[in-house]
Design a protein around this ligand. Sequence first.
Ligand code: FAD
Length: 283
Amino acid sequence: MTQTIPAPTTSPRKVLLVFAHPEPRSLNGALRDVAVRELEAQGREVKVSDLYADGWKASVDRADFPALAPDARLVVAAASGEALTTGTLTPDVIAEQEKLLWADVLILQFPLWWFSMPAILKGWVERVYAYGFAYGVGEHSATRWGDRYGEGRLAGKRAMLMVTTGGWEAHYSARGVNGPIDDLLFPIHHGVLFYPGYAVLPPFVAYHTNRLDEAGFEALAEQLRERMRTLGTTAPLPFRTQNGGDYLIPSMTLRPDLGAPGATGFALHLEDGGQTAAGMTAA
Ligand code: FAD
């Protein structure tokens, strides 16, 4: 049961970078500028959503659904779907959705804070990813569980994380005390990006950045420029598509004949069992 899924574009022209750092003079700010300059030098059109600078509202609440009757109980997914359908989402959310539909590539850039994205970026995902836009898409029936995990509104586009950490690369290795970076980023890669259809590129991870000197910065900047030059040709992480036949319906479990015998965990959801290289290294 193979579905027709648009292949990720190999010649991306339009890039949206969502930037989540409160300080423009930070390392993250400097890396953002490196990325944008390189993309523009390659002739790509770039839009930046600078969440702190824009005063992005980070949490979902009643104010997100101005058309909801004042006495109605707020059920977020239902209100979100209704607001999408009736065009009554708030203008800030609509503007971000339009940027997502415009862009061939989405880059989420952030410092790793408490092993995940800063709250403001999580709030961007929660508010912008409306029901019917990023989830609740496609046929939901006894034989099909929607268009998600490789299919959906954002299929055919690419996405990538740009992350800085305080911890060393070894701390994030297979036996590192922080846990493997691929595991820590899995909920974002698989749950936030692959879910609505993006082909997810390996992340750009700059480790051990707190005392980065000028030479370290230059080396990092060059690695980043190379990643920007190769956005269209870098092979995506080989996540298994939900509707490609690898999962049983309705349990949505991986077929027993797939994956290494006895294997469990996130790597099962990659066709190569997680052999794909993780992020880049700094410092
Ligand atoms: P900055 O602090 O702005 O800069 C870092 C270094 O880069 C400085 O020494 C700066 O001088 C230097 N630098 C070199 N060249 C430049 C240049 N051109 N421009 C600017 N700076 C330059 N780390 C983890 O590993 N795991 C966690 O879970 C984690 N949780 C955190 C939670 C919180 C709330 C906070 C505040 C930090 C946490 N950290 C964690 C550390 C955090 O990830 C790093 O501090 C962050 O990634 C560094 O990025 P930055 O842009 O803030 O760097």
